[in-house]
Design a protein around this ligand. Structure first.
Ligand SMILES: NC(=O)c1ccc[n+]([C@@H]2O[C@H](COP(=O)([O-])OP(=O)(O)OC[C@H]3O[C@@H](n4cnc5c(N)ncnc54)[C@H](OP(=O)(O)O)[C@@H]3O)[C@@H](O)[C@H]2O)c1
Length: 326
């Protein structure tokens, strides 16, 4: 994309090539100035659902969207954390219209109940943010027997998107957003590795593989939902100082703390994709710092063209099979 003035483009591409410059707080610090980021657009009257809204990027996103005038439904697995998040947003954002739904996304029964609740409200859904996620240190299986990273960040958002399709799109375009991770740059998409067993479990690798798969699934949903007027984008937040990074990657978080983004800087592209008119003019983007990014940084993560062409449909069917079994 040549959407930036030449000076800003040079800064942006140097940051992107350096990786650390882009992912750390230096990225938004420089890009905000050189690319002249404008304030978010208002979202009055829009209805937004944010998963994982009790902490970190999800909580920050929910608060910012409420500040912009959106009615926000917070989804969280813990009733007390949900109450706390609702209290904090209500306290910090005068007039905020926020409600909560409790759902453990590792449990497909909870996902179905959540979708039923949202459908019963009969509200058109303007933005669905698939943000919930964590890096598991040890192997855990979901109630359906799916490894928990895969269950929460791939199968659950797949099912939720599917069940909520009737209230997305139509006369008013909607957006579905996937919060992935720059960690996905280290992995090639491989269906056979997505739901590992307990033997030789590596939580970091599993997380990165699932985050790569989110990009593939996001692309497939973008293709399927385009006729309904729904755009689908994925993004990565860089490295942001959240409870999730502190518990998931404690050593990394300790060493990198001075360079970590604030939660607001990490959540910026989520809020921007949820609110900016520009995000509706295109679909199937992978974004960081308000700009489309390559899905690959090293050649070996690219699939051969024939495999790449069929990957989204294969993953869609794979998720469907897990949903039917669960
Ligand atoms: N922070 C970063 O630098 C970074 C970098 C790359 C990608 N990300 C991605 O950004 C997203 C948010 O992460 P974060 O850093 O903000 O982490 P966080 O502070 O731990 O927030 C994660 C949220 O997801 C929720 N969650 C986890 N498992 C769940 C489940 N089974 N059911 C329902 N909700 C569940 C958590 O609920 P509880 O509060 O109950 O635990 C929490 O609200 C994740 O998808 C993460 O992979 C973050």
């Amino acid at each position: 994309m040549t959407d930036l003035p030449p000076g800003a483009l040079v800064v942006d591409e140097l940051l992107e090539a350096s990786v650390v410059g882009s992912f750390s707080k230096v990225g938004p610090l420089l890009r905000r100035r050189t690319a002249a980021w404008r304030p978010y657009d208002r979202m009055d009257g829009k209805f937004v659902v944010v998963t994982g809204a009790t902490s970190g990027l999800g909580l920050t996103t929910a608060a910012e969207l409420a500040r912009l005038g959106a009615r926000v439904r917070l989804v969280g697995r813990s009733a007390s954390k949900l109450d706390d998040a609702l209290y904090r947003i209500g306290r910090d954002v005068p007039g905020a219209e926020v409600t909560g739904s409790r759902a453990d996304l590792s449990d497909l029964t909870d996902v179905r109940r959540l979708a039923d609740d949202l459908l019963q409200d009969g509200l058109h859904l303007d933005v669905l943010v698939h943000n919930a996620g964590a890096l598991s240190r040890s192997y855990t299986a979901s109630p359906s027997g799916i490894e928990v990273t895969c269950a929460v960040q791939l199968v659950a958002p797949h099912l939720l998107t599917e069940l909520l399709t009737p209230v997305l799109g139509g006369t008013s375009p909607s957006r579905v957003l996937w919060v992935s991770s720059g960690g996905m740059y280290t992995q090639r998409f491989d269906l056979s590795t997505l739901d590992p067993g307990p033997a030789d479990y590596d939580g970091t690798v599993t997380y990165a593989r699932v985050k790569r798969a989110q990009i593939v699934l996001s692309g497939e949903w973008a293709r399927r939902l385009e006729p309904a007027g729904v755009v689908v984008h994925a993004m990565h937040p860089g490295w942001a100082d959240t409870p999730g990074i502190a518990t998931g990657l404690p050593g990394f978080s300790r060493v990198m703390r001075p360079l970590l983004r604030s939660p607001e800087e990490g959540a910026d592209s989520i809020v921007w994709l949820a609110s900016a008119p520009e995000a509706l003019t295109t679909t199937d983007g992978f974004w960081c710092d308000r700009r489309r990014r390559s899905e690959h940084k090293v050649p070996w993560t690219r699939l051969p063209p024939a495999a790449a062409a069929g990957a989204g449909a294969a993953l869609f069917d794979w998720c469907e099979a897990r949903v039917r079994a669960g």
